[in-house]
Every structure is written in structure tokens, then in C-alpha cells.
Design a protein around this ligand. Structure first.
Ligand code: ATP
Ligand code: MG
Length: 414
């Protein structure tokens, strides 16, 4: 039997819906895949009529192909990945490749062939391919039943302009849109369970995410910063995070804690966090703020308090977990791989200077009045200027030439 080149075929239904933007979206997914598959024996990745095809090097083993498909499935924008072979537009070759693909598919009791022909210059239509190749595969696997409805295995055949692709193993991807197709957001990232999940959900909708972490430093250790770095490395594997700004926040919290009404402290901390995130967002051309809040989960997440924090900024604030229960969030955090890191305890600004009885129904006027006692605008500038950027691999992100710190210090004295 001939040797056929191994391929992974990437299906992406949502991108197909984007009309004239389609090719932009396809190119974004292609670039993201190229960057993330650099450790695999990939020759090239091409667009082939409504799919991306990852061509693997000669001699690539079945196991490596499966590992490559597993890496592809977690890249946002991937609806499904199929593993198989490239062959010529020839029914004998399609049959041979089909036999090989079926042989690598484990146990199955029934199958069907599903062919797609994108060019009518191939004289045999899809129905005929199904019948002819299906008949021959059935002869090769006489113990297996041909079944049109819900078969255990579907052998896919895609006939395009100058080749055919045949596969049997097909796994669902995480779906969504390629990172970089929906703009940039600032994501408030603690070392807790929720915010990494929130970030990932927005990244899966195509946003490049830039994290901001408020550390209790110098009033606490920098332990939370290490956890956030570990979390960012997990998110980096799927290209979801471009950068994290670490903001030493402890001294400013202390100032608030010394003189603000104790019950309003948390809201004042949070308003300051939002404002600093918004300041960095302007620099990064980010158009929204993301948090991991879930309605009513803790005192700061009541409707009144959410409203009182939103009031501090003009950018839209997205809360992808607002309607999720903690157990659902934990399950997703486990799938993502951030849970073991997030469950470690580290003091950050959230554990610092906490009041005994935080307000659960903040009055906006009272909050604004309490805040007016502090030089907030000056603090926002100082904190944004002190923010330390840490970079992660995100092929869709292009950092600005000048750092925020340099830009801000250059303007001093203007
Ligand atoms: P998480 O598990 O994400 O820490 P949480 O349940 O502990 O959330 P809060 O402490 O009220 O809830 O935080 C709500 C949201 O505010 C977080 O999801 C995150 O987006 C943001 N946030 C909280 N603490 C920090 C921090 N130290 N740095 C950056 N963002 C933070
Ligand atoms: Mg937290």
C-alpha cells in the first residue's frame, strides 16, 4: 500500500458565518495555529475550501498526529479536528487511505462514508463516491456494518481542486473565534479561581487579553504574582493571554484603609483597580474591562456594589461568569488546567486591610463622596506608571514600541 502524507484537517463553522471578513478570520486562525504548532512536525498549513489543512512531515507517526490534533483542538476558533491522509483524486487511493484511517480508529461496529466534492471537475459526485468507496471499505472490513444513521465511525472524504483528504478520527474542538479577531480587552486577573476562567471565555470569543494583577506589595509578599505568572503560562498554551501588568497596590490600599469609612473600603479599592485598568487600556488600545465576578457570590458582587464599581469607568465591563455557579466555574478551571494553581493560597490585595463588615448595598453618592477625599487621578497615574509588564506568547498581539512607563515619564514636566 502506498504511503500517504498525514494531515490534520481543522473545521471552523463560526468563521464561515462572517461573510466578507471570512478570509481575515481564516488567516488569523492559520497564524495562531502556525505559532502554536511549532513543536510539531508541521510542513505547512493551507486553506483548502472551508478548512485549514495542517500537513505533517513524512514519517510522522500516528501518535504524533493525534498529539498534534489534541493541541489544535484547544485553540480558539477550532470547531473540530480530523486526522487522516492526503491522497490523489483517485478512487483507489481514497479507498486505500480510508482503509488505513479505519485501521487507526480503534473498535467500531458500524460506519459510513461522507464525501464532499468542492470541484465539479472531478467526474464522480459525492453520492457516487460514498457508494463506490463505501462498498470497497465494506469489503475490506466485512465484520463491520454500513449504517447511515448514527454510525460508530464516519469516514470523511474531501475532494478539492488537486487532492483528496480522507479521515476517520474526528474530535470536537473548543469552538469560538480565533484570538485576535475581536480586538483587545483588559482582564482583571487575581490568583483566584474565577478570573482566569473569565479571561479564557473572552479569549475564546476572539479577544486578545491583557491581564492586570493588583499585588499587595509592598504590604504583602509577592507570592500572588508568582501564582498569576503560573496561571498566565497555562493560558499562554492556547494563545489566550498576551501580557500581564503587575501593579504594586498595597500602599494605596493602606492609605484608603487609614481614613475611608471601613464598610466602603472594598468598593474604593475596586474602583481604583478599575480606573488603573482603564488607564492601561487606553495605552493598549483595549476597549473593555473583564472581571471574574459572579452575581451575589461575595459581598462585593451584589448588584448595588457592581453598579458602584462600574460607575468609576467609562469602558464597558464584561463579566463572563455573572450567571455561573461556583461549581461550574471550578469545573471549567479544572479543564483549563488553572485550578491547582488557583487553589493555592497567597495574600494579594484582596486579603489586605479587609473590613469586618463590608457594605453590601453601596450608595453611589456616599461612595463618590468618600472617594473625593483622595487624590484619585494622581494615584491612577502613579499606579499605571508603576505597572510592570510581563509578556507571554500571543501571536495576535503586537506590543507598542514605547512602554507605558516610558511614555508617562517622558510626559513629566510637559
Ligand atoms: P477570583 O477567583 O477571580 O479571585 P473572587 O471570587 O475571589 O474572584 P473577588 O475577590 O470579589 O472575587 O474578585 C472579583 C474579580 O475582581 C476577580 O474575578 C478579578 O477579576 C478581580 N480581582 C480581584 N482581585 C484582584 C487582584 N488582586 N488583581 C486583579 N484583579 C482582581
Ligand atoms: Mg479573589
Amino acid at each position: 500500500m502506498a504511503e500517504y502524507q498525514r494531515i490534520c484537517l481543522v473545521h471552523y463553522h463560526e468563521i464561515g458565518l462572517k461573510g466578507h471578513n471570512r478570509s481575515k478570520f481564516e488567516m488569523r486562525l492559520l497564524k495562531n495555529l502556525e505559532a502554536h504548532l511549532c513543536a510539531y512536525p508541521v510542513v505547512t498549513i493551507h486553506r483548502i475550501s472551508g478548512r485549514l489543512c495542517v500537513f505533517l512531515k513524512e514519517g510522522t507517526t500516528h501518535d504524533t498526529m493525534v498529539e498534534c490534533a489534541d493541541a489544535i483542538r484547544s485553540i480558539p476558533g477550532t470547531a473540530r479536528v480530523s486526522c487522516g491522509f492526503k491522497c490523489e483524486r483517485d478512487l483507489d487511493q481514497m479507498t486505500e487511505a480510508g482503509i488505513l484511517a479505519m485501521g487507526e480508529s480503534g473498535a467500531f461496529a458500524s460506519f459510513k462514508v461522507h464525501a464532499r466534492r468542492n470541484h465539479t471537475d472531478f467526474p464522480v459526485n459525492s453520492m457516487e463516491i460514498n457508494q463506490i468507496v463505501g462498498g470497497r471499505l465494506s469489503e475490506a472490513y466485512p465484520q463491520v456494518k454500513v449504517q447511515m444513521k448514527d454510525p460508530d465511525l464516519t469516514v470523511g472524504i474531501e475532494v478539492v481542486q488537486n487532492a483528496a483528504y480522507v479521515y476517520a478520527r474526528s474530535i470536537p474542538g473548543i469552538g469560538g473565534l480565533p484570538v485576535g479577531s475581536s480586538g483587545t480587552v483588559m482582564s482583571l486577573l487575581s490568583s483566584g479561581i474565577d478570573s482566569p476562567v473569565a479571561l479564557w471565555r473572552i479569549a475564546r470569543r476572539g479577544a486578545v487579553c491583557i491581564g492586570v494583577h493588583f499585588s499587595g506589595r509592598p504590604q504583602t509578599s509577592d507570592a500572588s504574582e508568582f501564582l498569576v505568572d503560573d496561571i498566565a503560562h497555562v493560558l499562554e498554551k492556547t494563545g489566550c493571554i498576551a501580557r500581564v501588568y503587575v501593579v504594586p497596590f498595597g500602599d494605596y490600599q493602606r492609605e484608603i484603609a487609614l481614613s475611608a469609612p471601613p464598610e466602603l473600603r472594598v468598593i474604593l479599592y475596586r474602583r481604583l483597580m478599575f480606573r488603573v485598568a482603564e488607564r492601561i487600556a487606553f495605552y493598549e488600545h483595549a476597549k473593555a474591562i473583564v472581571t471574574g465576578e459572579s452575581l451575589g457570590q461575595v459581598a462585593s458582587q451584589t448588584l448595588d456594589n457592581i453598579r458602584a464599581t462600574n460607575d468609576a469607568v467609562s469602558l464597558p465591563v464584561f463579566r463572563p461568569l455573572i450567571g455561573s455557579d461556583k461549581l461550574e466555574i471550578i469545573a471549567q478551571s479544572q479543564q483549563l488546567g488553572t485550578f491547582p494553581i488557583s487553589s493555592q493560597d497567597a495574600p494579594d490585595c484582596c486579603t489586605l486591610f479587609m473590613p469586618r463588615n463590608p457594605e453590601t448595598h453601596a450608595n453611589l453618592t456616599a461612595v463618590r463622596e468618600a472617594e473625593a477625599a483622595f487624590p484619585i487621578d494622581q494615584w491612577v497615574e502613579e499606579l499605571a506608571c508603576a505597572a510592570e509588564p510581563h509578556d507571554y506568547a500571543c501571536p495576535a498581539y503586537k506590543p507598542r514600541k514605547k512602554s507605558l512607563h516610558d511614555l508617562m515619564t517622558e510626559n513629566d514636566g510637559d
